[in-house]
Design a protein around this ligand. Structure first.
Ligand code: ADP
Ligand code: MG
Length: 626
């Protein structure tokens, strides 16, 4: 009799029935979709043979949105209803958008959740809706070419995307009717595409400069496992910034004023980009700009001039490179190879400066436009269950430390930045006051010591803690970050089992406060942070002692203290109360220690008294049995 076969979990029971999966590179400038067929992943073109779908959505009244090249053509004639670079707005609050959006011509309106909406002739739309139009177009393209419905997709996001931005991306996918297998960091996807796992063990750098974002990732491949050991970057730096430098130059040359119309600006920007891309293969280009009233400006831009204009922008990518190396604790000489990703890495000056920085010529074998989508497609194929045994396990890292607020406004970090995910970490906390029955859990993100200097992600309360003396309750707080980098937090009081849980879906109203800036601050303020932390800790100690002594005096002063002793304690108490919020660390510590000593005898007496009280009425064996 033959044995019955049972399929493995996650695998299709019908061996020949492949599930349809795709990888999507949802870019600021261009988006792509790729899929794996017969073991080879490649990008899917549209019916005209174009791989890149410009990430541009155009709205007209009473008609469905138009996406891609046709929409791009409308950008010049109808800029207010043609949304480009929407990725820059994903997961952002209105305040950030006003800042980030300075360069953008759209009219923003506020909505209840703090997520900005863009006014168009077709009504107000949110960045999530705009993104979902792009995703719908890619879904359609994939399903037409695969002739079936997609079972699941992997969507890539910049390594720098925070929780809100990742969540917004997932929301957009859901709106587009896609099943997201997982979000994947773009540089990580590039590494998969390059099959770095098939090479030798070592350290690889992925340098990704696209239209709107810059990411640097350092990957270590060892013992068959691929690990992202550090990431850094800038969520608002890319080819668009080069276009702006060139546009500024053109406007100066052509005498176009700074308050030119939106469509004029679009026209100049679009010419600037065409010139920039042409200068990748040519040494000079002719420029032709239509001015008002049929006038035309003509000029020439040489590659040399271009390089003078853009060099400062490109050099801004080097600071994150340095930081990533430092975080990974490696030297330039440890880097085995440097992979270039993103359209802007075609620029010769980028290749030159990156080569100089890493002291080796970068790898450019795979089309820098397609590489991310291809990697996502390979990962999607594995996750949907088409591949089996021993497929590479990919680990990502979190970009900023996650912690919570403790007494004195200090941040206690539970998960350090660059920790690989998924990850779960727990720590025990306790109550600050006698009889405290609730606890405020404030989740923060950032490297600084003071909560005020970190970014607030969420607050929630744990209620129903049984009343106990201060410091007795044991509240276990667990931080869990899933494979997409999304955080959930649990708090449970150990004796009673009361618990509380939150999925950190931070408000969209985050401060733009670039991670870059936060990290720089944490380095600049390292010393002063240590001082502030010490002072806050001393102040918390002082406060705790004051409260303890005061409540003890209220209960037992008459019973246990003589006048002289009582006076001594009261004096020390008053002095410390005066100095408690003083900014002198020494003073707070000195007076705390005086009160501590002054009240030591009293504390001992109380303890004796309590032991007597407890012991009376019990036989010794009562205690033995416990
Ligand atoms: P994103 O990932 O942000 O969508 P891409 O990786 O598609 O961006 O890169 C788009 C950027 O690449 C644009 O700024 C575009 O101008 C630039 N780019 C494309 N081709 C070239 C080229 N030949 N030379 C220089 N820059 C280029
Ligand atoms: Mg990209």
């Amino acid at each position: 009799m033959s044995l019955l076969q049972i399929s493995e979990p996650g695998q299709s029971p019908a061996p020949h029935q492949r599930r349809l999966a795709a990888g999507i590179d949802l870019g600021t400038t261009n988006s792509l979709v790729a899929t794996s067929r017969s073991g080879v992943a490649d990008v899917l073109p549209d019916i005209d043979g174009y791989h890149l779908l410009p990430s541009i959505v155009s709205y007209t009244k009473g008609q469905p949105a138009i996406v891609g090249r046709v929409a791009a053509a409308a950008a010049v004639s109808d800029p207010l209803n043609t949304i480009a670079s929407v990725k820059r707005l994903m997961g952002r609050g209105i305040e950030d958008v006003v800042q980030t959006g300075n360069k953008l011509p759209y009219q923003f309106t506020k909505s209840e959740q703090g997520m900005p909406r863009i006014s168009t002739v077709a009504g107000d739309v949110s960045p999530v809706q705009v993104s979902s139009e792009i995703l719908k177009a890619l879904k359609l393209r994939a399903e037409q070419s695969l002739q079936g419905e997609l079972d699941g997709v992997v969507i890539t996001v910049p390594a720098y995307f925070d929780d809100a931005q990742r969540q917004a991306t997932k929301d957009a996918a859901r709106l587009a009717g896609l099943n997201v297998l997982r979000l994947l960091n773009e540089p990580t996807a590039a590494a998969i595409a390059y099959g770095l796992d098939r090479g030798s063990e070592g350290i690889h750098v992925i340098y990704d400069l696209g239209g709107g974002t810059f990411d640097i990732s350092i990957l270590r491949f060892s013992k068959g496992i691929f690990e992202v050991i550090a990431t850094a970057g800038n969520a608002a730096l890319g080819g668009d910034d080069l276009d702006h430098e060139i546009a500024k130059w053109i406007m100066a040359q052509a005498d176009i004023s700074g308050d030119a119309s939106h469509s004029q600006m679009r026209h100049v920007l679009s010419e600037a980009r065409i010139a920039k891309e042409a200068l990748t293969n040519q040494t000079s280009v002719e420029l032709r700009i239509d001015l008002d009233k049929g006038a035309v400006w003509q000029g020439e831009l040489t590659r040399k001039q271009l390089e003078t204009l853009i060099e400062p922008v490109i050099r801004r990518t080097l600071a994150p490179c340095r930081r990533a190396l430092r975080d990974a604790d490696i030297q330039v000489s440890d880097v085995q190879d440097v992979v270039l990703v993103g359209g802007t890495t075609r620029t010769p000056l980028v290749r030159k400066l990156v080569g100089e920085f890493f002291e080796q010529p970068p790898l450019v074998d795979i089309d820098p436009d397609k590489v991310v989508a291809i990697g996502a497609a390979i990962q999607a194929d594995i996750l949907v269950g088409n591949k089996n045994d021993g497929e590479m396990l990919l680990l990502d890292v979190i970009p900023l430390s996650l912690g919570l607020e403790t007494m004195g406004g200090l941040s206690e970090k539970l998960i350090a930045r660059n920790t690989t995910i998924p990850v779960a970490r727990a720590q025990e906390f306790t109550t600050y006051k006698d009889g405290q029955v609730a606890m405020m859990i404030h989740v923060v993100q950032g490297e600084r010591d003071l909560v005020d200097d970190c970014r607030s992600l969420a607050r929630f309360e744990l209620r129903g803690i049984p009343p106990m003396a201060a410091g007795v309750a044991r509240i276990r707080v667990t931080f869990q970050v899933d494979a997409d980098g999304l955080l959930s937090v649990d708090a449970i009081e150990q004796t009673s089992g009361v618990s509380s849980h939150i999925e950190v879906k931070p408000s969209y109203g985050l401060q733009e406060n670039e991670i870059e800036q936060m990290l720089r601050d944490s380095m600049d303020h390292a010393e002063s942070d240590v001082e502030s932390r010490r002072l806050r800790e001393a102040q918390v100690d002082a406060k705790r002692l004051i409260e303890a002594v005061e409540s003890a005096l209220a209960v037992d002063a008459e019973k246990l203290l003589d006048c002289e002793e009582c006076q001594k304690i009261n004096q020390a108490l008053e002095k410390l109360k005066e100095a408690e919020s003083s900014s002198s660390l020494e003073e707070v510590k000195r007076l705390t220690s005086i009160l501590d000593k002054a009240s030591a005898g009293f504390a001992a007496k109380r303890m004796d008294a309590n032991i007597h009280k407890v012991l009376s009425g019990h036989s010794v064996t009562d205690f033995d049995n416990k």
